[in-house]
Design a protein around this ligand. Structure first.
Ligand code: BES
Ligand code: MN
Ligand code: ZN
Length: 497
């Protein structure tokens, strides 16, 4: 879809449809009032008759509205107007896009971007509208023999900013929203691809393409390199698979030479069978999404590259399958990690932390200012936070705060979880330095505690995205999260307001 910024009044320029909002109180937004004035009370009349009740997400398409230049006018319900908030705004935009796609309009102008709210300015409104629109029209039909019949019809969307003076901020929002949307789409595509296509080698290939397109440096460590580095934990997970493991490193350096990079580390299990501690059959197909952390690193780097943010960012992706087999690692096996610490692998299904721990040790070589890892790490996190918030852990409170602020601005929710040493006891092993599992209680916390033993040398945060990286059921598919959060974090670091 093509986007543009528009500051003229709604209804005065030709378009397939002008989209304006109505609150539950029957109050018209400024843009809706402007159309109503041109049309001499036409809109007001419809609202008073009760055909549009202003309930959040309700839509009504009007044809041949008198005295306006657009072919259609769409009224969108906004819900309550007191405390009009982010979720309401985004839902109203999503509903507009969905309905626009069911009309014959190939272009439209959206005026919800003009609605003032307590907390957000025009730049936020535009960038979020673009991101939501991208989200709503996303389709994954690469693997179908014929393209999807339900392809969206809407091709051009103008976003209203109300006044000429708001165009500059609007344009900045447009650029950011587009970059986020492209990063999210890449992360979704990689997540949605089946594991027979999206292998560790495929991810390495994708990284090489990103590097070429956005002037990044790419390094791919092979099994022999990992052996030399002593990455015993990553290698143990990989040993059961016929696919060669990779440790992908992407370096984006557009910041000052002396600026220490932000390191993003993503779990890249391209399929998680559980290994010898094999998973039950139902829904095992969803374990193709176990590389969504890796996908979010690539998606975020794409967004950063597209915006040419003046920053240094290093992406690290340990990637392998987790398979059972004659060579597979067994419960009770003890491995030596790159850090020198030994781990008793009591459950081969707790493999994410094993590949991450060696990548986290390796990340230290880049002298990072901060390290953030993203991982579909534990079913326990899904039980704790559901599919709404990612679990956030950090060994530094200021970093946690910075990430929460980004999560809020990007509407990509995260919740701060505890990382107290009290939980470390659960990882005790009789035979090695510690075990890779901590039992059922607080499973997401003990997984984070495991990682914390490898991140003592730098400021670090961990996002458990097991509940947020993909959707289940009839909407099954990758969500692209936490690309919006990470991109927002980096935008803030680059000083973008
Ligand atoms: N990839 C899974 C976590 C997961 C499970 C994410 C279900 C989303 C939905 C991870 O590798 C895993 O298997 N974790 C185990 C850890 C346990 C053995 C300590 C889990 O959560 O059951
Ligand atoms: Mn697992
Ligand atoms: Zn896993």
């Amino acid at each position: 879809m093509e986007f543009s910024i528009k500051s003229t009044a709604p209804g005065q320029t030709k378009s397939g449809c002008a989209v304006v909002g109505v609150f539950e109180s029957r109050k018209l937004t400024q843009a809706a009032s402007a159309i109503d004035r041109d049309a001499r009370g036409y809109v007001r009349n419809i609202v008073e008759r009760g055909d549009m009740d202003g309930k959040l997400g309700a839509t009504l398409v009007l044809h041949s509205v008198p005295n306006v230049a657009c072919e259609r006018v769409m009224l969108v319900g906004l819900g309550p107007d007191s405390g009009f908030g982010d979720r309401q705004y985004r839902e109203a935009v999503a509903a507009s896009i969905r309905t626009l796609n069911s009309t014959g309009a190939s272009d439209a102008s959206l005026h919800l971007t003009e609605i003032g709210s307590v907390k957000r300015d025009v730049k936020w409104r535009v960038s979020n509208a673009v991101a939501v629109a991208g989200e709503t029209v996303y389709r994954f039909d690469q693997m179908k023999s014929k393209p999807d019949a339900t392809r969206p019809a809407l091709r051009r969307l103008a976003l209203g900013v109300g006044a000429k003076s708001a165009e500059r901020r609007g344009t900045a929002g447009l650029e950011e929203g587009l970059a986020i949307s492209h990063g999210v789409s890449l992360a979704k595509d990689l997540g949605n691809l089946p594991a027979n296509v999206c292998t560790p080698s495929y991810l390495a290939e994708q990284a090489r393409e990103l590097a070429k397109r956005y002037r990044m440096k790419v390094t791919v460590l092979e099994r022999e390199d990992m052996e030399k580095l002593g990455m015993g934990a990553l290698l143990a997970v990989a040993q059961g698979s016929a696919q060669p493991p990779k440790l992908i490193v992407l370096e984006y350096r557009a910041g000052p030479k002396t600026q220490k990079p932000v390191a993003l580390v993503g779990k890249g299990i391209t399929f998680d069978t559980g290994g010898i501690s094999i998973k039950p059959a139902p829904e095992m197909d969803e374990m193709k999404f176990d590389m969504c952390g890796a996908a979010s690193v690539l998606g975020t780097l794409k967004a950063v590259g597209e915006m040419r943010l003046p920053l240094n960012v290093v992406g690290l992706i340990p990637t392998t399958e987790n398979m059972p087999g004659g060579r597979a690692v067994k419960p009770g096996d003890i491995v030596t990690t790159m850090s020198g610490q030994t781990v008793e692998i009591l459950n081969t299904d707790a493999e994410g932390r094993l590949i991450l721990c060696d990548a986290l040790t390796y990340a230290g070589r880049y002298e990072p200012s901060v390290v953030i890892d993203m991982a579909t790490l534990t079913g326990a996190c899904v039980i704790a936070l559901g599919h709404v918030a990612s679990g956030l852990y950090a060994n530094d409170d200021a970093l946690a705060k910075e990430i929460l602020a980004a999560a809020d601005a990007a509407y990509d929710r995260a919740w701060h979880m505890p990382l107290w040493d009290d939980y470390q006891e659960q990882l005790k092993s009789n035979f090695a330095d510690f075990a890779n599992i901590g039992g059922r209680p607080a499973g997401s916390v003990t997984a984070a505690c495991f990682l914390a033993r490898f991140t003592k040398k730098y400021r670090w945060a961990h996002l458990d995205i097991a509940g947020t990286a993909w959707r289940h059921g009839k909407d099954k598919g990758a969500s692209g999260r936490p690309v919006p959060l990470l991109t927002q974090f980096l935008l803030a670091r680059a000083g973008r307001k």
